[in-house]
Design a protein around this ligand. Structure first.
Ligand SMILES: *Cc1c(COP(=O)(O)O)cnc(C)c1O
Length: 380
């Protein structure tokens, strides 16, 4: 049996949506994207939503709109995908890494407090693997200190905890519609915010800092002049890609039922196996299914699983221990021990809503064999 790491749910009805866009004059941002933005506002019950061509560019547009740059510090977790920290670096600000909670693998408010200085302008918390951080507590603390709070919701479209969803308790929540994410159009993203002023500014920083978008420059058959208000990036999502989103957003909650069923099934099958799992509570978006094995076994386990045609990935090795951050800031393994240890032992099992229970049983059987074989060759 061969088990892929991930398979998307797009099909022929989605191709016909793309074909419809090809018939319109503007292939780029227009009516389709506006419709999706409306859909996002309704799903998340927020005032504003802005589609972007990636999480990364959405985050850059958001940080630009917040005037974050050289001399500023932005707190980010050490355990995340590199993009969370890279966007801060790209703007010339300093990412201040904070270690994550050992059981939830999320940023805790107490840890954030310990990293705040008089240069802290923002915090980006990551809802890692789909599990929501405590946004009400974090936001009320940061708000009282005029520090901006951004949610990295790349893993967490459909997550919810105690009635709280992304975007409710923050200045902005940012999503990714990258190829492997729960909602995808290949490359894409969105920023949602209840702050109308911030939304207006992001509308500019999302598109070169221009005062009007392409479709607005040609209204009523007239050309309208535009001006440049501030420095911006090119982060708008073309309608060609946006057309893949409406059906997925409509169906996301039913796909989550399948994800939740499979994730809980994995949890049951792994009960007596020497692996560690992230502690979850509330409704996780169940984006990935990462496990932790002893670090000296991890790479052998991956190799053996690959030999058995089971595709796995590593999400993620601790960001400050990657070459760029080590060379620039001199971080060591000891600086963020929880993220480091998790990053050395973690691997993500194949996980997607259309996965069969036979495939899942095969993955678990293969994992047990891989851990046994690796333990023997390591002399454990
Ligand atoms: C995928 C991902 C990103 C980056 O998303 P892009 O849309 O590829 O820019 C950022 N943060 C996290 C946690 C991610 O998993």
């Amino acid at each position: 049996m061969k088990v892929p790491f991930y398979i998307h749910n797009l099909n022929d009805s989605d191709s016909s949506q793309v074909a419809e866009v090809l018939k319109t004059p503007f292939l780029t941002s227009g009516a389709i994207g506006k419709g999706v933005e409306q859909q996002l506002c309704e799903y998340f019950q927020v005032r504003n939503s802005l589609l972007t061509n990636s999480w990364t560019n959405g985050a850059i547009a958001t940080l630009l709109a917040m005037d974050i740059g050289p001399g500023d510090e932005v707190i980010v977790p050490a355990q995340t995908f590199i993009a969370t920290a890279n966007v801060v670096e790209l703007l010339g600000a300093t990412p201040v890494f904070v270690d994550v909670n050992p059981t939830t693998l999320l940023l805790d408010l107490e840890a954030i407090k310990g990293a705040i200085t008089n240069k802290t302008r923002a915090v980006i918390a990551v809802h890692l693997y789909g599990e929501l951080c405590d946004t009400p507590a974090i936001y009320s603390y940061l708000k009282s200190r005029s520090i901006r709070f951004i949610e990295d919701a790349a893993h967490c479209f459909e997550g919810e905890k105690d009635g709280v969803k992304p975007g409710m308790h923050s200045d902005a929540a940012i999503f990714s519609f990258y190829a492997t994410k729960n909602v995808t159009c290949g490359e894409g993203g969105a920023v949602i915010t209840n702050d109308d002023n911030l939304a207006e500014t992001i509308r500019q920083t999302r598109l070169h800092g221009m005062s009007a978008s392409a479709s607005e420059r040609f209204t009523n058959n007239k050309y309208n002049h535009w001006t440049m208000k501030r420095l911006g990036v090119k982060a708008n999502l073309p309608d060609l890609l946006a057309s893949l989103l409406p059906r997925q957003i409509e169906q996301i909650d039913s796909w989550l039922e399948k994800r939740t069923y499979l994730a809980n099934r994995y949890r049951e099958l792994l009960v007596n196996i020497p692996v560690r799992l992230q502690k979850t509570s509330g409704r996780s978006a169940e984006h990935l299914f990462p496990i932790w094995v002893q670090p000296n076994l991890r790479d052998s386990v991956i190799r053996i699983l690959n030999d058995k045609n089971v595709q796995v990935a590593v999400n993620y090795r601790s960001v400050p221990t990657l070459d760029y951050y080590v060379e620039k800031y001199g971080y060591t393994k000891e600086d963020f021990p929880v993220s480091y240890e998790w990053g050395q032992g973690t691997l993500s099992l194949p996980f997607f809503p259309t996965m069969s229970t036979e495939q899942q049983d095969y993955v678990v059987r293969s994992l047990i064999e891989a851990i046994n074989e690796a333990s023997i060759s390591e002399g454990i």
